[in-house]
Design a protein around this ligand. Structure first.
Ligand code: PHE
Length: 450
């Protein structure tokens, strides 16, 4: 067995909170609405929901199971389990790919989390008071157009992430317990505002009425990639959290709870944003700035908007931080186990890599906004596309294949320890539906069937 991990979650709830903390973040509140806007709405949302159910939940169960069984960083977990199942050590590569994906995602994620940080004082000082949609958008453009601001905020986020990571997972437990429910509440308040003052039915129509003519093969790939991204799957974050999970906890239950909470937060965010978008005649497909140009508008017209607005961005910042720390956890755990590095030094090393790579994202919104090295995409777009739509689904595919086909049956059965019917159903989906779906979506996206 792998060297025992020092950290352990104090209870099932703590694991759920921490894994939900990893899952719920900018992916739900920033990314989900803007990619839904860019990909035409309802049909995209439906594909995303299907991907969560048929790919996300089974892969999450597999990833937690592998993590708990292996008990170490993803690289070592995969090596240990491959050995136990008498398979080739090449499976360790999955851990390497996950570490790489984590560093890439952190590099741009922290830039966006930096925007959130910058919006806290703007909201608190009632900066947007009385502004119209154009003025709010101009503020956003002026902010992102200034590389120094973005650099400062990006650096601050990396720094904050390192401070938490260096302390170990336990420090985190306490924070998530209060922050998650608070974020949830404030989203409900925003939904209430959207209901009373926004173009509510138009917003809901956009989100839930499926028009498949708007759905391209690439949109389907993005929906699947987002299912992985939003649930933090395919790169080892959930695997390494699973390593800290006590034996008696039901993996099925926790997976379904996490996926449900994550999906709910994304939908609540969408329900808040699109009615505001349509009520103000804004374009739904305005890209990564979407929440930063719509929500300040809502808060500025709301009683107590400065308080709610700043609270919202504080909570979003915390939600982002509970995700950034999970992005480096696979690498930090591995550097500790295999290289004997302290958590602090390991965290600093990962932070430096992500910070440096993040400079390309910082400049993607200003100095390098016209530089589009691949497929007419900026560096930021390339990193996001590569990590979310390619690396994570590939990692998920490998996890599904390994857990469903390579692991000994008794190991699976033992570790999952769930009702027989559930087990059979899960194994069937993970063996056939999940890998085939991922494969077909990939083939479609590269135009094989076109
Ligand atoms: N799930 C996080 C979010 O939605 C992002 C993330 C991706 C975190 C992959 C860890 C691993 O914001």
């Amino acid at each position: 067995m792998q060297k025992a991990v020092k950290n352990q979650w104090s209870s099932r709830w703590m694991f759920i909170l921490a894994a939900t903390g990893s899952a719920v973040g900018l992916g739900n509140i920033w990314k989900f609405p803007y990619i839904t806007g860019e990909n035409g709405g309802g049909a995209f949302v439906l594909v995303y929901l299907l991907c969560v159910a048929l790919i996300g939940i089974p892969v999450m169960m597999a990833e937690i199971m592998l993590g708990r069984r292996g008990g170490g960083s993803p690289i070592n977990t995969m090596r240990v389990l491959a050995k136990e199942a008498k398979r080739h050590p090449i499976w360790g590569l999955l851990g390497w790919m996950g570490m790489l994906a984590g560093i890439i995602i952190l590099s741009y994620y922290s830039v966006i989390a930096g925007w959130t940080l910058a919006y806290i004082p703007l909201m608190a000082s009632d900066h947007f008071h009385g502004m119209d949609a154009q003025a709010v958008a101009d503020t956003f453009d002026a902010f992102t157009g200034n590389p120094w601001w973005l650099l400062l905020c990006h650096t601050a986020i990396i720094f904050l992430t390192l401070m938490v990571v260096a302390k170990g997972v336990c420090g985190l437990e306490k924070a998530v317990r209060f922050l998650m429910p608070a974020l949830f509440l404030i989203l409900l308040i925003l939904d209430g505002y959207a209901y009373s003052r926004g173009a509510f039915s138009q917003g809901l129509d956009f989100l839930f009425a499926s028009d498949f003519s708007k759905l391209s093969a690439n949109s389907v790939l993005i929906a699947m990639g987002h299912a992985f991204f939003t649930l933090s799957l395919g790169m080892g974050a959930i695997m390494v959290y699973g390593a800290y999970l006590p034996k008696e906890v039901s993996i099925t239950q926790v997976s379904i709870t996490i996926a449900a909470a994550d999906t709910l937060v994304a939908l609540l965010a969408g329900i808040a944003i699109f009615p505001i978008v349509f009520a103000n005649g804004l374009p739904a497909d305005s890209g990564p700035g979407l929440i930063f140009t719509t929500l300040p508008l809502a808060f500025s017209h709301m009683a107590g908007g400065a308080v709610f607005g700043s609270l919202f961005f504080v909570l979003l910042l915390f939600a982002a931080l509970t995700s950034t720390i999970s992005l480096v956890e696979p690498a930090v755990a591995w550097l500790g186990e295999s290289k004997g590095m302290s958590r602090k030094n390991a965290a600093i090393l990962c932070g430096i890599f992500s910070w440096a790579l993040g400079l390309l994202t910082v400049f993607s919104f200003n100095k390098l906004s016209d530089v589009k090295p691949l497929f007419d995409k900026t560096f930021f777009d390339i990193f996001d596309y590569l990590a979310a739509n390619i690396l994570l689904p590939l990692g998920g595919l490998a996890i599904a294949v390994f857990a469903a086909w390579s692991l000994d049956h008794h190991m699976r059965h033992d570790e999952l320890n769930t009702q027989h019917d559930w087990f059979v159903c899960w194994l069937f989906v993970l063996r056939y539906i999940t890998p085939i779906a991922i494969f077909i979506i990939f083939l479609h996206a590269i135009g094989i069937f076109a």
